[in-house]
Structures are given as C-alpha cells and as structure tokens.
Design a protein around this ligand. Structure first.
Ligand code: HEM
Length: 55
C-alpha cells in the first residue's frame, strides 16, 4: 500500500492501530468507509490528510 502499512506509520496511521482504535465501535465501518471515499484529517493528529480515494 503506498500510503499506509500494516504495522508501521507511513503517510497515514498503520492499519493495525486503526483496527485497534475502532475495535468494538459499531459505527466504524460507516465512518471509515466515508473517510476512505472522501478523505479527511483530524483524528490521528498529523498535518497530512487521508486523500480521497475514488476507484
Ligand atoms: C494517497 C494516499 C493516502 C494518504 C496520503 C493517506 C493518509 C492518511 C492520513 C494522514 C490519515 C490520518 C487522517 C486523520 O488524522 O484523520 C489517514 C487515515 C486513514 N486512511 Fe489513509 N491515506 C491514503 C490512502 C488510503 C487508502 C487507499 C485507504 C484505504 C484503502 C486509506 C485508509 C485510511 C483509514 C481507514 C484511515 C483512518 C481514518 C480514521 O481513523 O478516521 N487511506 N490516511
């Protein structure tokens, strides 16, 4: 993956930490799907954003 890795921070948070953060959060799928589609920032404290991903 260009921007994210499983267990190390790259441009975005590692997916292992994303999984840990949302474990048990029943709204996570909708929230993360929206973030992946629309991009966004503000959750992980970095200066960069998750870019919009439209496939
Ligand atoms: C150009 C490529 C990408 C860059 C530079 C990028 C960067 C980032 C950054 C900086 C964040 C933290 C945003 C925050 O603090 O709220 C983030 C979060 C995230 N990104 Fe990306 N990302 C990219 C592509 C992708 C792709 C292709 C996926 C999924 C297939 C993805 C899934 C996620 C998820 C699930 C989060 C966590 C969202 C949250 O906790 O609200 N990203 N990304």
């Amino acid at each position: 993956m260009a921007c994210h890795m499983i267990d190390k921070r790259k441009y975005g948070p590692p997916f292992s930490e994303v999984a840990a953060r949302y474990t048990g959060d029943l709204t996570a799928i909708d929230k993360l799907a929206a973030k992946i589609k629309e991009g966004g920032t503000g959750i992980w404290g970095g200066k960069t954003s998750c870019l919009r991903n439209r496939w």
